[in-house]
Each structure stands twice: as C-alpha cells, then as structure tokens.
Design a protein around this ligand. Structure first.
Ligand SMILES: [Fe+2]
Length: 322
C-alpha cells in the first residue's frame, strides 16, 4: 500500500491541501502550484548587470598590490571583476569570470591545473611567459594565451617592468555544472620546459592584427570580426573586433553573455540604459538579452569573450535587431 512518510495511506487523503502536505514529506512539490519565483517566463533576461571597469582605475591598484602583497601571500596577484548584482561574490557574467592580474619582474607563479578553461589577454608585458603543459609561451602585449581545462600552467616574468593582463575563466559555469577539479603541481614548477614560439595555446598580437586586417568588413551588428575560439575550450567564445573611427553598429540583443576587453582605440557602448566610455585596457559587460550599441571614436580593437558557442551548442542562441 502507498503511504505518506507518517505511514498514513494516501487513500485516506480528503483534499488538495492535505495531499500537498503529504507529498512534501516525500520531497516532492506539486508542479501546478504558483511559485514565488516562476520557472518560465516569456522572454530571455539576465540577472546580471551591465558593468564597466576602467584599466586606468585598476592599474594603480595593481601597482599598489605589487608593493604590499608578496608572492608568499598571492603568487597570482589579481582583482576579480565582480558583477555588481547583490547576490554575486565573484562572477562577471552568468558563465564567465574576469580578473586583472599582474606580476612583478623576477616573480614566478607555481603551476597548477583545474577543470575550468582559462585564457589570458595580455595588456602590458615584455619578457613575461606562461608555461602550459611543459611548453614555455611568451606573454607579450596584445597576445592571447590559452590554458584549456586540465593543462598545467604557471607564469614567470623576466622583464624589467611590471606586467599586466586580463584573465577569463568559465568558473561560474563549472560551479553550476559541478565538474570542478584542481591540483597544485606536485613539483611546484614543471621540469624539462621547452620553448613554444608557435603553439595553438598562444595567439600572438601580430596574428590577431593580421587576421583582422585580412578579414571582411563583417555584418552590421558586429563589424569586422575574427573568431579565435579554440576547440579545446568550447565554453569560451573568443572573437576579435576591429572597428574604424565613426563606426556604429546596428543595435542588437542576443542570447549570450559578453565580456569586452579593449586592446586599442576608444568608443562608447550603451548596454540597455548604461553608457560606457571605454579606452585601452577597459573591460565591460553586456549580459544576455541586453541591447548593445557601439559608437567608435578612435580606431579600435577589442576582444569579446562570451558563451555564444555554448548557447549555440545548446540550441539557445538567438540574435535580433533591437
Ligand atoms: Fe589557473
């Protein structure tokens, strides 16, 4: 005989309220009851906010961090770009986290690995490097360096000036899906490192510029664009944009969360009601379904990091004029 958790037979239940109380004891909820937070709604929206971080504001903080935080406390000296929604403590968008990171001349960051995919966009660096699975990759200004999930990676700096870059990881997505693994390298630094001037783990600045120069004009929404996404890290779409002074896009909304990193030039982007005047090194966020309008004031190059490929894989991606 089917019973409630208290042993009473469901057959003795007389009304809906009694049934709901009884089924709750079985860790079930009736699907027809109105919820305070509905499970479905008519059109896509993000709980994350448009947001903007100025490199000119954060860079001095990284200089200060280099002064007051030794590598004994933080070998990875970084500031995480926390989206200003109230319930958030680290994510930049719903699926991605970004951070500004810095390293001083002579420093090294020990190798570790994690299931989360990661990449670096180098803002200012000469003489720094990243070791990815035993291969040493230069990290110079304008480079993009990839560390797909599971790859050992550590950094070092043999230059004379403090180096700065932007990190992006799919950590919020990994937290949602729960396949997190992370280990420190058992020997701290990888041994038998070989140079890798040409590697699928590094997109040199010269390659980014050349491929953009060779690219077609692009569509009205996104302009001149080259897709540098890696099949080894499908959760982060990497697109570089080159936009001429005076260019305006056709405003759009899409089902994808974007983080823009400004590698050169200047412009204004309006994300819903928020207006961001951006310059070199700035980072700004256009959450899923937000209305995005760009107006370029000086010839610009940006990298957009997003979950567009993930949305397309899931069949969720939509793009429309707005
Ligand atoms: Fe890492």
């Amino acid at each position: 005989m089917t019973t409630t958790s208290a042993g009473a037979p469901f057959g003795s239940i007389k009304d809906v309220d009694e049934l709901i109380r009884a089924i709750a004891a079985q860790h079930c909820t009736p699907g027809w009851v109105p919820r305070q937070n509905p499970l479905m709604w008519p059109s896509a929206k993000s709980t994350f906010q448009p947001a903007h971080w100025r490199f000119s504001d954060i860079r001095p903080a990284l200089v200060a961090a280099g002064r007051v935080i030794g590598t004994d406390l933080a070998e990875r000296r970084n500031f995480v770009l926390r989206n200003p929604i109230a319930r958030n403590d680290f994510a930049t968008t719903n699926t991605l986290v970004g951070a500004y990171q810095s390293i001083l001349p002579g420093e090294r960051a020990r190798s570790h690995r994690h299931s989360s995919h990661a990449l670096r966009i180098i803002l200012e660096a000469r003489g720094s490097y990243s070791i990815v699975n035993g291969r040493r990759h230069p990290m110079e200004t304008g480079d993009i360096v990839l560390t797909p999930g599971g790859c050992w990676h550590g950094h070092g700096h043999e230059g004379v000036e403090q180096a700065y870059w932007f990190d992006c990881l799919d950590l919020p997505l990994v937290h949602l899906l729960e396949p997190m693994t992370a280990q420190d390298h058992p020997e701290h630094w990888e041994a038998d490192v070989t140079d890798a001037p040409d590697s699928p783990m590094r997109i040199p600045q010269a390659t980014v510029i050349q491929r953009l120069t060779d690219a077609a004009e692009g569509d009205d929404f996104f302009g001149r664009t080259v897709d540098f996404s890696s099949p080894e890290m499908r959760t982060i779409t990497i697109k570089a944009h080159q936009w001429k002074s005076g260019w305006r896009n056709r405003p759009y909304r899409q089902h994808a969360n974007q983080i823009f990193v400004v590698l050169g030039g200047a412009g204004t982007t309006t994300v819903d009601d928020a207006r961001f005047d951006w310059n070199f090194g700035d980072v700004f966020v256009a959450p899923l379904a937000s209305r995005v309008t760009h107006h370029v004031q000086d010839d610009a190059m940006l990298v957009a990091l997003s979950d567009e490929g993930l949305m397309k894989y899931c069949g969720f991606h939509q793009l429309e004029a707005a």
